[in-house]
Design a protein around this ligand. Structure first.
Ligand SMILES: NC(=O)c1ccc[n+]([C@@H]2O[C@H](COP(=O)([O-])OP(=O)(O)OC[C@H]3O[C@@H](n4cnc5c(N)ncnc54)[C@H](OP(=O)(O)O)[C@@H]3O)[C@@H](O)[C@H]2O)c1
Length: 188
């Protein structure tokens, strides 16, 4: 579970100490993990999220603001300076990439895992495209590092609900709901 979308963890985004990272859609599980991992490289983290996990994200050290109307202005005001990296981990939604480019001022500072077409058309980065170009997920030790962090209780992964295998359909429906609010577990 911890390893979902490992390729766009802060390691691969090459986040450096002192930089500012915005995680858009941090109420999703990819974003939720990124918010916890970026500070380990010394970055300051900002996040957009709904109310479910806003408190968690703040406890991880992020400055959190809701997404939706007025987000660009709120993030700019809270950042009070340049934002070096944006990870778009939101569910696909029109206009996200344009807003994030407006925040950073440079499409190359925006990496998305979900809004692929909009990113491609506006010159932002798409994780899958870069992975394919690079020949696959980089082999480094960070996946094992994350597993160790999770085992040590230093990387939280909320579980929305566990289902017995026979209830796979209900599990899939929750997973595809757009807001499962945690990982969905199937128990064999
Ligand atoms: N390319 C890849 O490598 C890769 C890998 C894994 C997942 N994905 C994709 O990445 C996306 C996120 O996956 P996930 O599993 O982390 O999501 P998830 O756990 O299903 O969470 C989705 C969350 O997205 C947030 N959200 C919904 N609409 C939003 C909007 N308009 N703006 C900002 N946030 C919004 C909501 O957060 P709140 O509850 O806080 O409102 C929602 O709970 C999905 O589209 C998934 O298919 C891509």
């Amino acid at each position: 579970m911890v390893l979902q979308s490992p390729q766009w963890t802060p390691e691969v985004m090459n986040v450096k100490a002192g930089e500012v990272v915005l995680v858009h859609g941090a109420g999703g599980m990819v974003g939720y993990a990124a918010v916890q991992l970026a500070p380990r490289r010394g970055a300051r983290v900002m996040a957009t999220a709904g109310p479910t996990f806003a408190g968690d994200l703040e406890r991880f050290g992020a400055t959190v603001t809701p997404y939706g109307e007025g987000m660009v202005e709120r993030v700019r005001s809270l950042a009070d300076g340049p934002i070096d990296h944006v990870l778009d981990a939101s569910r696909p939604n029109q206009g996200a990439i344009a807003a994030l480019i407006e925040i950073t001022g440079d499409p190359k500072h925006v990496v998305t895992i979900s809004n692929h077409d909009e990113a491609r058309s506006q010159g932002a980065r798409v994780n899958i495209d870069e992975l394919l170009t690079a020949g696959g997920i980089p082999s480094s030790g960070f996946l094992a590092d994350y597993a160790r962090l999770a085992a040590a209780g230093q990387l939280a992964v909320p579980v929305a609900k566990s289902f017995p295998l026979a209830e796979w359909r209900a599990a899939a429906e929750l997973s595809l709901s757009g807001a499962p609010h945690g990982k969905v577990v199937l128990v064999p």
